[in-house]
Design a binder for this molecule. Structure first.
Ligand code: PHE
Length: 451
């Protein structure tokens, strides 16, 4: 059954797969979401649990997704259907693919809104809006921007159109070029910012302490769920994005080694972002629990005060936009690949269809900071908060349990042994962790939070 090529195209090498998967993983989740969620949950202990989730749950599940994708070589929905059939399993397992496509929709809808904020900041930075700005001015400016329904909606629209157009071009062209040059550039600029925060903020150690002192007092059951949700979100797991990309991966490379490299790069970017943002938070007397606006207030202050900050700030937000686009593409890919297989249409038609619906749903999130800011869905949550909470903390981990159980328990052992032949001794470790540790850990966190 296992074919060696996918009808959607193939990555040109293992390195390209790593770059593409890292492009999917590294995005707003690292630079925007990680610092603000860590800040809202007291820092240190949250970060420790997040790291534990990356290694004990994230890497095993990422390996499972790559493995399944590479066997099936189709959209996650059809991959799960065919892999279940060849393993003699219940066809119901394709539910993994359907749940993933749903989560992808939900995430893309609000992701595009935040990415729209980033795009607008490219121009505001370039125009010098923040030159010399203090905390108050930067905060006021952010409030004004997100309070404008027209600005937010317009930038959400621009970002979605860009995502659709790149997705329409297909696997090799466009995407590969973007990740090859822009991801390393982002990494370098982020490293420079860490150095800047270390030497000029005067509060670097406070930031380090906030992120790495493991004080468990502030940790609640819900923050454990949020740490796990963040681990899934930042690694693009539980919804088939990595499975879809795995379908285009050449056969001759190790699965676990590749997954580990991707996870390490992703974690490095998240921690670096925290090390840039928190020293600035403390240096400017800002609240660490400022919520989704954290990055949009702290970084402009830093750029506003740094020599050449106008240019650096503009370039930085350009690179964050690219990181966001390479993630957004992977959010639509599972659904687009399925539409192409099912309806026999072009990639372009699939991309416009899926992106269009996500754009429409995204309007709810675009309105959440202005005309719908008082409309609550679950508890005190706005539309944006609700989409984010349900997709990242519930659907992704649930998808993750099913993926781990399927890959480690249900998948035909001969197929698995053959695919993992290049992983050597790590294969045995992966099997134990994926069978027992990862699904049980996710289940325990769910039970602790919801019972
Ligand atoms: N991992 C991406 C980020 O950190 C978001 C994402 C989630 C992408 C799920 C694909 C699938 O920004």
């Amino acid at each position: 059954m296992a074919t060696s090529e996918s009808m959607h195209g193939m990555w040109s090498s293992r390195l390209m797969f790593i770059l593409a998967a890292a492009g999917s993983a590294v995005g707003l989740g690292n630079i925007w979401r990680f610092p603000y969620v860590a800040g809202e949950n007291g820092g240190g202990a949250f970060v420790l649990i997040y790291l534990a989730c990356i290694f004990l749950i994230g890497i095993p599940i990422m390996s499972s997704e790559i493995l399944l994708g590479r066997i099936g070589r189709q959209s996650p929905i059809n991959t799960m259907r065919s892999v279940a059939a060849s393993s003699g399993a219940n066809p119901g397992w394709q539910l993994i693919g359907w749940m993933g496509a749903l989560a992808g929709f939900m995430i893309l809808s609000f992701y595009s809104v935040i990415a729209g904020w980033v795009l607008s900041y490219v121009f505001q930075m370039g125009a010098g809006t923040f030159v010399g700005a203090d905390a108050e001015a930067a905060g006021a400016h952010f409030g004004e921007f997100t309070g404008s329904v027209w600005s937010v909606t317009a930038w959400h629209t621009v970002f979605m159109i860009m995502t659709i157009m790149i997705t329409a071009r297909g696997v090799g062209r466009g995407l590969e070029v973007a990740v090859k040059y822009l991801m390393p550039a982002l990494f370098v600029l982020l490293a420079l910012l860490v150095v800047y925060a270390a030497f000029t903020s005067g509060h670097f150690m406070e930031g380090v302490q906030f992120l790495f002192s493991f004080n468990f007092d502030k940790l609640t059951g819900n923050s454990v769920l949020l740490a796990m949700g963040q681990a899934f979100f930042t690694l693009s797991l539980g919804m088939g994005a990595i499975m879809a990309y795995g379908a285009y991966m050449p056969k001759d490379s190790s699965v676990i080694g590749t997954a580990t490299m991707i996870a390490l790069m992703d974690t490095a970017v998240a921690l670096m972002s925290g090390l840039v943002i928190f020293p600035l938070v403390f240096a400017n007397g800002l609240p660490s629990a400022a919520g989704p606006g954290l990055m949009f207030v702290t970084l402009p202050i830093a750029f506003g005060q740094m020599a050449g900050g106008q240019l650096f700030g503009c370039v930085f937000f350009i690179l964050v936009s690219f990181a966001a686009i390479t993630s957004a593409i992977s959010l639509v890919e599972p659904a687009v690949a399925w539409v192409v297989e099912k309806l026999n249409t072009s990639r372009a038609a699939g991309a416009w269809l899926i992106g269009g619906v996500a754009w429409l749903v995204g309007l709810g999130s675009a309105f959440s900071t202005n005309i719908w800011s008082d409309v609550h869905f679950i508890g005190e949550m706005t539309f944006f908060d609700t989409m984010d909470y349900v997709s990242n903390n519930i659907i992704l981990p649930l998808g993750g349990i099913f993926i781990a159980v399927f890959a480690a328990w249900i998948l035909d052992g001969r197929i698995r042994d053959e695919e993992m032949a290049r992983d050597g001794g790590l294969y045995g470790v992966w099997r134990v962790v994926t069978r027992f540790v990862a699904p049980v850990a996710v289940a325990i966190v769910f039970i602790m939070t919801f019972l």
